[in-house]
Design a protein around this ligand. Structure first.
Ligand SMILES: Cc1cc2nc3c(=O)[nH]c(=O)nc-3n(C[C@H](O)[C@H](O)[C@H](O)COP(=O)(O)OP(=O)(O)OC[C@H]3O[C@@H](n4cnc5c(N)ncnc54)[C@H](O)[C@@H]3O)c2cc1C
Length: 393
């Protein structure tokens, strides 16, 4: 059997939140890590940049230099009707621009000893018992293990035939320069309207000197999303200069955890780890990176040719189960947003509990267990099931 001259312990493809975090953590454990990204950093990333408190708590890094706003209020409405602002005493979401946030995480990885190679697109990946070979436009690299953190259209996943059943959903995001009063109106507040598009929502996220506005989930029709976002902006009275107008995919559907094979594993979007209810992905990118870093050394000691079994098991137990609950919640919620909206307004304690989940003070499973026996929730669920059955017929 031929052996590769291992140059690196791990090659990580993709320097988003998942890749940089896994790289930093593995390097801190003494592994030699090469991090490759096709982009030159800092790079713009289409994203709302809503970093939930639970996502922030996955990081042992000071993120304050890149926080553009700390959110204590959420305004919810349904196609402009029944607006209601919920307030939490402490911030539960932080607003970041992804070029700044991702650069902060990457810088921390480099400081931890990771070798970073920007402007390097990975084209081919070959895994064998001998090791891993990674081919880019300019060079061939070798390692013992590979981690695909290369996002929703992951080349690593395609090359290794992993996660091919994951579902892609579309979202549109504009960055807008607006006048002072409009900026002030949204300071410390996110606005969410879930009556604007079936199965999804429109949003305004404040970014200190501009607004991020978007619409998504529920459809793959980009033209339709453009129309809906224009209508949403008009209704909200938001006018200004467009700094960026882009759409991008989110990958949901980690119900099939086909994210590991032999010497390879996927994390973050590459593993389909985005919640199908609100589209939160940064938390799962960081969490999956941390789980991988927590389990790899033990995995190598137990089974050097296939060390990711523990990672896969924990993703299944801790993340995929949660995604499945989110999927149920999404089906119910988007089947009858007005009814559920009214229920939320009438039950501020329930909303406060949900905010504590977002803030990372408790878990979604705890929230689900607390309310699944609630009479009102059961009644609403039953109506949702009936509505869905009618749809199927
Ligand atoms: C419109 C929109 C709004 C969103 N808003 C939010 C939000 O507010 N909050 C939230 O939590 N989530 C949000 N998300 C989801 C979030 O952006 C993703 O879940 C998150 O970026 C996943 O991080 P990642 O590290 O897995 O991948 P990414 O951040 O996508 O990073 C992947 C990296 O891989 C690199 N790469 C790709 N292919 C290759 C290759 N072949 N070779 C080398 N490098 C490669 C890319 O250049 C990129 O840097 C949003 C998504 C969209 C589309």
């Amino acid at each position: 059997m031929s052996t590769y001259p291992y140059v690196y312990d791990v090659i990580i493809v993709g320097a988003g939140p998942a890749g940089s975090t896994a790289a930093r953590r593995l390097s801190s454990q003494g592994m030699s890590v090469l991090l490759l990204d096709k982009a030159i950093f800092p790079r713009y990333k289409v994203c709302g940049g809503g970093l939930t408190g639970r996502a922030a708590s996955q990081l042992d890094i000071d993120i304050s230099p890149v926080v553009r706003d700390a959110i204590t209020q959420m305004e919810l409405c349904c196609a402009g009707r029944y607006p209601h602002t919920f307030v939490k005493s402490d911030p539960f979401i932080y607003m970041v621009m992804r070029d700044e946030f991702d650069m902060l995480l990457l810088q921390a990885a480099i400081e931890a000893g990771v070798r970073f190679q920007p402007g390097t697109r990975v084209n081919r990946v070959t895994c064998s018992e001998a090791g891993v070979a990674v081919e880019t436009d300019a060079a061939l690299y070798h390692s013992r293990y590979i981690v695909g953190a290369d996002g929703v259209n992951s080349t690593v996943a395609k090359q290794l035939n992993l996660m091919q059943a994951k579902r892609k959903i579309l979202a549109l995001e504009y960055e807008m320069s607006v006048d002072g009063p409009t900026l002030e109106r949204f300071q410390g507040k996110v606005a969410v309207d879930y009556g604007f598009i079936d199965g999804g929502y429109a949003w305004v996220f404040p970014k200190l000197d501009h607004l991020s506005v978007g619409v998504g989930l529920g459809t793959r029709d980009g033209r339709f999303l453009q129309e809906r976002l224009a209508a949403y902006l008009s209704r909200e009275g938001i006018v200004g200069r467009f700094l960026s107008e882009k759409g991008f995919w989110l990958s949901v559907g980690a119900s099939d955890t086909d994210c590991v094979r032999g010497r390879a594993a996927l994390i973050g979007d590459a593993a389909g780890l985005v919640d199908p209810f609100m589209g939160e992905g940064i938390y799962y990118a960081l969490r999956s990176a941390n789980i991988l870093a927590d389990t790899l050394a033990l995995g190598i000691a137990a089974e050097p040719d296939a060390p990711f079994a523990r990672y896969r098991q924990r993703v299944e137990d801790e993340l995929v189960r949660e995604m499945q609950l989110f999927q149920r919640a999404a089906r119910l919620f988007y089947a009858m947003p007005v009814r559920i909206h009214r229920m939320l307004v009438a039950h501020p304690k329930m909303v406060d509990h949900a905010f504590r989940v977002i803030a990372g003070e408790t878990t979604f499973t705890d929230f689900y267990q607390s309310y699944r026996r609630n009479t009102l929730v059961r009644a609403v669920s039953a109506i949702g099931r009936m509505a869905r059955r009618r749809d199927v017929r």
